[in-house]
Design a binder for this molecule. Structure first.
Ligand code: SF4
Ligand code: SF4
Length: 423
């Protein structure tokens, strides 16, 4: 085991290999507040990469209804349970948030790598604590779709007063869109006895070498997000490839510029933003103040990692749903939840402008600029002043090509009467 810095946990942790960081890291932000569960992303991925024989149950991108749904079923609860059994009552956070090296304070509990040493399963010690889902758990990708939770129930036929009141709805659910997190410390890679899994030095995308893989499924057991999939027809494991030909700028439509994945580009809710992040020698993020991901994660701090306590340093970040029970969100996204929701609920001028960049162009936005516009609206959000300006936000690719220009106020197009019945 080596000691590596996991900045999401605010401390060093044990990992089976020495730290090695890519030149740039594939990373993304999903704004859960905007997801409508339409599964367009899911089908965009499936129709591109997993439509062949043996891939029927393979959903590299899936969207599940939380808290009850999950693919495989109960993936997160089961791993949380294992960690709790390994370290009863000790899975908590402390310390003070500091910039870059400990933005959420310090995690005092055990990661899946640390817990594996003391919590020995029936097959002996593993490199990461995990479990292999059953066939039944993989059988339905969208079980419990739209099922809410809440201890106060409405009465049939009557309006349920308070059910929808913020800051926390009494009855709630939300859609959690998921892909492989192309983790900085991948558990799949750590667990593979064949060294078949590797992290690309050019962009941090995690891939399975199909020639080396023998289908032992140790990666499936170890990945806490359950994002590797066994294919019976080839007896190998497959996973999200981060649409690497697009990220490399090889898609014809990109004209040589790095492009976002199919799931990001097809998202009709405009909840997704993908980027490539430059890293310091210790794996922390280089200061890129006007990179939209850097800004949202490290400056505005509205986007948070998914289950950072697992310890893989996932590169998928989420703007938490602002209507959901806070203890549930704390467990899922760590201690940054309250500040993130507070900021997102009454965004300042810069945040509102940067949020417009989601889903506006398929190419990867590396840097943004804001041109100030007139004040168009003013109100109060739960006692806090909120002012809206119609600013223009301009996005540039890494080579300086302008790829986006959009305003905070969306233009309104009124269809003329004569087209009222036309499609
Ligand atoms: S999410 Fe799972 S499959 Fe993806 S890199 Fe992390 S550990 Fe590996
Ligand atoms: S396409 Fe976008 S809005 Fe639709 S389910 Fe996927 S992430 Fe959510």
């Amino acid at each position: 085991m080596s000691n590596v810095l996991n900045w999401q946990l605010g401390r060093e942790m044990e990992y089976p290999y020495d730290a090695a960081y890519p030149d740039q890291q594939f990373a993304f932000i999903f704004n859960i507040n905007r997801c409508i569960g339409c599964q367009t992303c899911t089908m965009a991925c499936k129709s591109t990469w997993t439509f062949s024989k043996g891939q029927e149950y393979m959903w590299w991108n899936n969207v599940e209804t939380k808290p009850y749904g999950g693919y495989p079923h109960h993936w997160d609860v089961k791993t949380l349970d294992l960690l709790e059994q390994a370290n009863p009552g000790g899975q908590n956070w402390g310390g003070k948030p500091e910039d870059l090296k400990a933005p959420y304070g310090k995690f005092n509990g055990k990661t899946i790598f640390e817990a594996a040493k003391t919590f020995i399963g029936p097959e002996g010690a593993n490199r990461a604590l995990g479990y292999l889902p059953t066939d039944d758990e993989w059988s339905a990708p969208n079980r419990y779709e739209d099922h809410p939770v809440g201890n106060e129930k409405g009465v049939k036929g009557q309006y349920f007063k308070g059910g929808e009141l913020l800051p926390e709805h009494k009855t709630w659910f939300f859609y959690l869109a998921r892909i492989c997190n192309h983790c900085s410390y991948p558990a799949c890679l750590a667990a593979c006895p064949r060294n078949a899994i590797y992290k690309r030095p050019e962009d941090g995308i995690v891939l399975v070498d199909q020639e080396r893989c023998r289908g032992y499924r140790k990666c499936m057991e170890a990945c806490p997000y359950k994002k590797t999939y066994y294919r019976g027809t080839t007896r190998t494991t497959e996973k999200c490839i981060g649409c690497f030909p697009r990220v490399e700028g090889k898609d014809q439509a990109s004209h040589g510029l790095p492009m976002q994945t199919r799931c990001m580009a097809s998202c009709i809710g405009h909840i997704r933003l993908q980027g490539l992040i430059e890293l310091n020698k210790d794996g922390t993020w280089k200061e890129m103040r006007n990179n939209p991901l850097y800004y949202l994660i490290h400056v505005a701090k509205v986007a948070l990692p998914l289950y950072p306590q697992f310890g893989t340093e996932p590169n998928g970040y989420y703007i938490p749903p602002r209507w959901v029970s806070r203890p549930y969100l704390h467990q899922m996204f760590g201690p940054g939840v309250d500040a993130a929701i507070e900021k997102y609920s009454a965004p300042d001028r810069e945040l509102l402008a940067v949020l417009q960049l989601f889903g506006k162009d398929q190419r990867i936005c590396h840097r943004y600029e804001i041109k100030e516009g007139p004040k168009v609206f003013e109100t109060e959000v739960r006692g806090k002043k909120f002012v809206m300006y119609n600013d223009t936000v301009i996005g540039y690719a890494k080579d300086g090509t302008k790829i986006i220009e959009t305003t905070v106020e969306e233009p309104l197009h009124v269809r003329p009467d004569k087209h009222a019945n036309s499609i």
